[in-house]
Design a protein. Structure first.
Ligand code: FEO
Length: 405
């Protein structure tokens, strides 16, 4: 009787990963629903192939799942599709215990794994194709999805695309297939993952979609390294079309207002700006930084067209809470946003200049004028804030009309 059993996902393939129910922070991204580290085992009469491993603390769980169906020593090949340690953390121990005939990674993967573990693990560059008994694998380099070393492995016999971070999400669930999970959660967590992990690499994603048809892969299942597996045609179309849509970085009729506040003055401006946007037909999400996480802001921006940021001036600077989010968003490089800055100040009001520089560096097109008020906004200031919202709404609608023409 085994604890942690392998779960069959197709004729010749088993899921042998681990569920991390308690993960709440993935390098700065709030993983509110935990995650999974998916590893897969392909069985053949001539031996087995292990696709990826799990984060180091989950090694025993992966090995128990493998041992529930085979002697781990019958694994002939280990494939490392991605060097990041949530997938490679168990690799050195697995190589030591299993002693496979070969371990393969992409060319960049071989170097990255050497640099991670500071030892020669005997990992070789994957050939274009690999055969073990009846099992036929193809390797496809997918640089920057998520790292330079990333590659996909396609298992021809069962039509499974092992896509490592690609098409994944952070979602701990006992239901291993996407179609068994709540649709809204699956959509939200896919979008959040895309917005926080893949957004800077949309040019590479577009290239992937251009290249995919010429690869002639008969994909029956997409098995990522995080979250549920896409096994129905409807689900495969769902995740591919959403990734394609998100990679296009279009304008959406939605504005995100991010702010922090000292004595509620900047908060009052945020609410009036929001009202101006709403009055002019734009969906608004107001995000006081005190109650939201930076990774939720990027998620909202994935399907938005405007970003407004407000901060009081404190000691000639913006609030550190806002600086944190701006630093994070700059790295993610969201495209196709218009926006503006606002805030309350006591005397000099340096925050507006700093925020303007930040938004410009992010590539946000500044529409209207920045809105700064001294101390507490009066009735006229709030009217101006409403007008700022209206101006942003009109500019956004022009952008949407151009986009749709
Ligand atoms: Fe799930 Fe880029 O690692």
């Amino acid at each position: 009787m085994h604890n942690f059993k392998a779960i069959k996902i197709s004729e010749n393939t088993y899921w042998v990963g681990a569920i991390d129910w308690g993960l709440r922070d993935f390098h700065g991204y709030a993983t509110n629903r935990g995650t999974t580290y998916n590893a897969y085992l392909i069985l053949d009469n001539d031996g087995a192939i292990l696709i990826d491993t799990v984060k180091a603390p989950f090694y025993a769980e992966m090995m128990a799942r493998i041992s529930s169906i085979i002697d781990p020593k019958s694994i002939k090949y280990i494939i490392s599709n991605h060097a990041e340690m949530d997938h490679s953390g168990s690799l050195p121990q697995a190589i030591q215990d299993i002693k496979p005939a070969k371990v393969y990674a992409s060319k960049m993967g071989v170097t990255a794994l050497k640099d991670h573990f500071n030892m020669d693990l005997g990992i070789e560059v994957a050939p274009t194709e690999l055969t073990l008994g009846h099992a036929k694998l193809k390797f496809i380099e997918t640089r920057m999805l998520h790292w330079p070393d990333s590659m996909f492995t396609f298992f021809e016999n069962d039509g499974i695309l092992f896509s490592q971070d690609g098409f994944g999400m952070h979602l701990a669930s006992s239901k291993i297939f996407a179609d068994e999970n709540n649709r809204e959660i699956v959509y939200y967590e896919s979008a959040k993952y895309f917005a926080n992990i893949l957004l800077p690499y949309t040019p590479f994603i577009k290239k992937l979609f251009t290249a995919l048809p010429s690869l002639n892969l008969n994909i029956k299942m997409i098995a990522p390294d995080h979250g549920p597996i896409w096994r129905t045609k409807e689900d495969i179309d769902f995740i591919l079309s959403n990734w394609q849509k998100w990679s296009e970085q279009k304008y959406y009729n939605k504005a995100v207002i991010l702010y922090d506040t000292m004595w509620q003055s900047t908060a009052k401006l945020a609410r009036s700006i929001a009202d101006g946007l709403m009055d002019n037909g734009v969906e608004v999400v107001v995000m006081p930084i005190s109650v939201v996480h930076r990774s939720d802001i990027s998620t909202e921006l994935l399907e938005a067209g405007a970003l407004l940021i407000g901060s009081p001036t404190i000691n000639q600077q913006i609030f550190p809470s806002i600086a944190d989010s701006i630093c994070y968003l700059k790295g993610l490089k969201p495209q196709n946003l218009i926006g503006q800055v606002f805030g309350s100040h006591g005397w000099a009001g340096e925050a507006l200049k700093i925020l303007t520089k930040d938004l410009t560096e992010m590539g946000v097109e500044l529409a209207a004028e920045p809105l700064g008020v001294k101390y507490v906004p009066n009735e006229n200031d709030l009217i101006q804030a409403h007008e700022l919202g209206a101006k942003i709404a009109k500019t956004l609608q022009q952008k949407l009309a151009e986009q749709n023409s």
